[in-house]
Design a protein around this ligand. Structure first.
Ligand code: MN3
Length: 210
């Protein structure tokens, strides 16, 4: 079965003024749709048809550049829409495991925000900033070029992404032009901590150790 472009979980204008409707419409309807269609074209008739996207990405170095770029683009944007919400922003609630994990691994929410912002701001050219959890249930922040991500075998560091920020110009140029730091700052107003927390719990099977 071919990969399917997911519907946005909110209206195109739901994240305004932080992310404008026109950007969301083009980003989802053109860019994400494009990655989805090209991924399907790249795997059609191959052993990859019917595999989970996570399993494809885990061995992506074996496959074509088209699978790497479009498989990454497909997965990354699926996650991106999920981790934003018009009801988002602020700090994760103290009841959430992700709140405790951020305090444990970064010292404070402010330190986390500063480190994540720096990773997003200093990624040269196009790419993504990530908050990930590793196999020892430790959070870390990294960035990747293009449509790569930390699930890929060829990534510098491996983990399960629980929060991702697209810093390609197509994600912000209409509203922010070259002001990437303003876009990064605005992102913190729409982070869906409920969704992030659920992904973190799933990745660690809900276990808080230590
Ligand atoms: Mn994008």
């Amino acid at each position: 079965m071919a990969f399917k472009l997911p519907d946005l979980p909110y209206a195109f204008d739901a994240l305004e003024p932080h992310i404008d409707a026109r950007t969301m419409e083009i980003h989802h309807g053109k860019h994400h749709a494009g990655y989805t269609n090209k991924l399907n074209a790249a795997i059609e008739g191959t052993e990859l048809e019917g595999m989970k996207i996570e399993d494809i990405l885990a061995n992506v170095s074996k496959y074509s550049t088209a699978v790497r770029n479009n498989g990454g683009g497909y997965y990354n944007h699926n996650l991106f829409w999920k981790v934003m919400s018009p009801d988002g922003g602020g700090e994760p609630s103290p009841q959430m495991n992700i709140h405790k994990a951020i305090a444990r691994d970064f010292g404070s929410y402010e330190n986390f925000k500063s480190e994540f912002s720096k990773a997003a701001a200093t990624r040269f050219g196009s790419g993504w900033a990530w908050l990930c959890t590793d196999k020892n249930d430790r959070l870390f922040i990294m960035s990747t070029p293009n449509q790569d991500n930390p699930l890929m075998d060829l990534a510098d560091r491996h983990g399960t992404p629980v929060l991702g920020l697209d810093v390609w110009e197509h994600a912000y140029y209409l509203n922010y032009q070259n002001r990437r730091p303003d876009y990064i700052n605005a992102f913190f107003n729409v982070i869906n901590w409920q969704a992030v927390s659920e992904m973190y719990n799933d990745a660690n099977a809900g276990a808080m150790k230590g």
